[in-house]
Write a protein that binds this ligand. Structure first.
Ligand SMILES: [Mg+2]
Length: 267
């Protein structure tokens, strides 16, 4: 289904959205689809998502923001609760898949055994664990990047947690799966990022991998390299959870779980 058809669909589920706004986050049910990673992926793995992401438009570097033209559609998607519902569905699918992967990989779902077999997951930060929607929505023009606003949001931790993804992070901890965080934020932002994660209740991860100073790789290449370095230390990486295809391409993981992002695309 195309991006625009998905948008149209999202406007027809007012009743479901209303329910989602008052219901607790439910990790028990999932309605997700297979996502096509596109033709430029070196080592593709299956990806599960909701279809609520931007196409690449041929971008090969930097960041491609959607801008103000579609602002009412984007605002409706996030403020209606549909984004939260879709984030819950992807999280539920990730937990279900990871339980069965762990069982196969470690021969057990007992936390001590899962920890001993070095089962791991990877999480991204922005639009995965923490939410920048308010900063993008307040930008002028809307859904463009005002660098100073983003720097302030990160420094002041005005980036709310994405609750169903934090619930997934916690569920992995219970299962004995070690979560690593791999982000496009810069090494210079380590202290503020660690502070904001802790403030959001995200604690007990294996390591936080930021973009090294001077690194010029695109996100897909850099993040897959950072995953590979973990594998070389003996970790088995099952799921990679992010809001960009580039969080889960070029291999060094088993399955991608793609959270929605209607605001920007990172190659
Ligand atoms: Mg992200």
């Amino acid at each position: 289904m195309t991006f625009f058809k998905r948008i149209a669909r999202s406007t027809t589920v007012v009743a479901i959205v209303a329910f989602a706004l008052v219901a607790p986050v439910n990790l028990a049910s999932a309605e997700t689809i297979s996502v096509d990673a596109g033709g430029n992926v070196n080592d593709s793995r299956p990806i599960t998502g909701t279809g609520q992401n931007l196409p690449s438009m041929g971008a090969t570097s930097d960041i491609w923001v959607i801008g103000p033209y579609l602002a009412p559609v984007i605002t409706s998607y996030y403020s209606s609760g549909q984004a939260l519902k879709d984030q819950s569905e992807v999280s539920a699918a990730a937990l279900k898949w990871t339980r069965s992967w762990v069982k196969k990989e470690c021969g057990s779902t007992k936390p001590a055994k899962v920890r001993a077999c070095k089962a791991a997951a990877v999480f991204d930060i922005d639009e995965t664990l923490l939410n920048n929607y308010e900063t993008f929505a307040k930008a002028d023009p809307q859904f463009t990047i005002v660098a100073a606003d983003f720097a302030a949001a990160n420094a002041n931790c005005t980036t709310p947690v994405i609750a169903p993804v934090r619930a997934l992070f916690d569920a992995f901890k219970k299962l004995g799966v070690t979560s690593f965080i791999i982000t496009g934020r810069a090494e210079n932002d380590r202290v503020s990022t660690e502070t904001c994660l802790a403030q959001a209740g995200i604690v007990g991860y294996g390591a936080l991998k930021l973009k090294p100073t001077g690194n010029t790789q695109n996100a897909a290449a850099r993040k897959s390299g950072q995953r590979q370095a973990l594998i070389e230390k003996g970790w088995k990486i099952g799921p990679s959870i992010g809001d960009q295809i580039s969080d889960m391409t070029n291999g060094s993981m088993q399955r991608g779980f793609l959270l929605p992002n209607l605001m920007y695309y990172v190659p």
